[in-house]
Ligand binder design. Structure first.
Ligand SMILES: Nc1ncnc2c1ncn2[C@@H]1O[C@H](COP(=O)(O)OP(=O)(O)OP(=O)(O)O)[C@@H](O)[C@H]1O
Ligand SMILES: [Mg+2]
Length: 491
């Protein structure tokens, strides 16, 4: 970690600076600076402690010119849960990436434990006790859970043997209710389980500041509640937590303070007691409040598009993951499959989309038996697929939106393929339509897909799949990571 001492800088954008300073002043006027441990469950009074970390005028301009963070001033206090809210593309992930050393700010400074710091890499931040559980977990797929954590520990300057990591994963998992098999290989884990691994990693490295980027998106409501209880518990132990989420109920339930971003700027910081859904939505969306959205749906028709007959599927270890599921889905009908992650939904989804062979039973799409057919056969029958994992599954990283549109619409009648030749003009036109229709925020359709924020990637994938005008949509967590406005649209 490199400490830097430079003279004070003048920052551009004087008026905004003024507004943000006022927020800072209000906090400062709340009480004298002293640090007393907070009794469990007691409300946090900011200003009684000095901040653990302060952002001063953080600005991030990505290559390409997107201003993702615009002069952000924000304090994070010891022992608090600070929620970070904002619509898709507001700049939340960018802000926590800067704190965690993943991204470098274009301007502004970070004060951590009273000193100006500059984290040149995630390793610097990890060594200083800052852990990021990213929106798209970054784990080594081929390694086991324990190997991943041991690797992270080594990078953070701590040598931990595999057997020690393994026993700590088990112990912490039991203590905190976030059990994961330490010997499981990461590629087999669900997104929810991967997020648990990220949190376990932070616990094992004993992080003081934990940045959780949408940790509950892939969890069932019950699991999400459990995680939020855990987050509260970690805060009462004196850790600071930054929690990014799109679920207002979670925010109102578990945050001490709520910071709202819009278009890169910090537009307000509220204490939980003064926050309401309406106030938060207003801060997030301004005049374009998505309240009162009514979803209009036609009732289901008579035509049956999907039949699942007595499906039995084995999981990774040969265990029986799905026992005799039968389903009938009619055109225009939404059928939800609910349950705790790891209870067979993933296996069922994989079998429905053609990635896993059931050992008993049948799947029929539009009357055609596709039980053992490849995914492309389903495509021709008008099936759209929205998988849980965005990068790698639904999107090819490093490639543009246009490329990903072309690839995704391969085998779709009226799509950009003429035989084996791509009509790039057509692919570009469709990409633009998707971006417009789903309000995807991206600099342009030639940008690589990973330059989109998580929620914008999801909008793009959903838009592309719906552009197929499918008769059947197989979706796993389709509204994950979407702000309320976009989530409503998907439904
Ligand atoms: N690597 C990158 N290169 C270029 N632009 C980027 C990059 N990462 C993010 N952006 C842009 O910066 C803006 C903020 O993105 P960010 O990921 O911080 O948003 P977010 O608030 O986390 O959104 P979401 O709720 O969708 O996850 C967006 O307009 C996004 O397109
Ligand atoms: Mg994000």
């Amino acid at each position: 970690m490199g400490m830097e001492r430079r003279g004070s800088e003048t920052l551009p954008g004087g008026d905004r600076l003024q507004a943000s300073r006022q927020v800072g002043m209000e906090l400062a006027s709340l009480g004298p600076m002293f640090s007393a441990p907070r009794p469990p469950g007691a409300p946090i009074v900011t200003g009684q402690h000095s901040p653990l970390l302060s952002l001063r005028g953080i600005t991030k301009v990505y290559p390409g010119g997107v201003v993702a963070n615009d002069n952000v001033f924000l304090d994070i206090y010891p022992g608090e849960v600070l929620a970070l809210l904002g619509e898709n593309g507001a700049g939340k992930t960018t802000l926590v990436s800067i704190i965690a050393g993943v991204q470098q700010p274009t301007r502004g400074e970070i004060i951590y434990q009273g000193q100006r710091v500059r984290f040149k890499s995630p390793r610097d931040a990890a060594r200083a006790g800052i852990a990021l559980a990213p929106q798209n977990p970054r784990l080594v797929d081929a390694f086991t859970v324990a190997e991943n954590i041991a690797l992270a520990a080594r990078l953070a300057g701590r040598k931990l043997g595999l057997s020690e990591v393994r026993s700590r994963v088990k112990k912490l998992g039991e203590d905190y209710g976030i059990e994961v098999d330490p010997d499981a290989r990461v590629w087999r884990l669900s997104m929810g389980e991967k997020q648990r691994v990220e949190i376990l990693k932070a616990l094992i490295l004993n992080a003081r500041l934990m940045l959780l980027d949408e940790p509950t998106t892939h969890l069932s409501p019950m699991e999400a509640n459990k995680l939020l209880d855990l987050v509260r518990r970690l805060a009462t132990e004196g850790r600071s937590i930054v929690l990014i989420t799109h679920r207002l109920r979670e925010v109102l339930r578990s945050a001490d303070r709520i910071a709202v971003m819009r278009k890169g700027r910090l537009v307000g910081v509220l204490r939980r007691e003064e926050a309401t859904q309406e106030k938060l939505l207003h801060l997030m969306f301004g005049e374009r409040m998505p309240l009162g959205l009514v979803s209009r749906r036609r009732g289901p028709g008579d035509e049956t598009v999907l039949v699942v007959e007595d499906l039995w599927i084995r999981g990774e270890h040969g265990e029986i993951a799905v026992r005799g599921v039968s389903l009938n889905v009619r055109r225009g009908e939404i059928v939800g499959v609910a349950g705790v992650a790891g209870n067979g939904q993933r296996e069922l989804f994989e079998a429905l989309v053609g990635l896993r062979r059931p050992y008993r039973g049948r799947v029929l799409v539009a009357g055609v038996d596709v039980t053992n057919a490849r995914p492309s056969v389903r495509g021709r029958l008008g099936v759209a697929i929205i998988p849980e994992e965005r990068l790698g599954w639904a999107l090819v990283p490093g490639k543009s939106l246009v490329f990903n549109t072309a690839l995704g619409l391969y085998s779709v009648p009226g799509g950009p393929f003429r035989g084996f030749v791509v009509d790039w003009g057509r692919a570009r036109a469709i990409s633009k339509e998707i971006v417009e229709h789903m309000k995807v925020r991206v600099s342009d359709v030639d940008a690589p897909v990973e330059s989109m924020s998580g929620g914008n990637m999801q909008r793009f994938i959903v838009g592309r799949e719906l552009s197929k005008k499918p008769s059947l949509v197989l979706a796993m967590n389709p509204t994950s990571g979407l702000d309320v406005d976009a989530a409503e649209k998907v439904r």
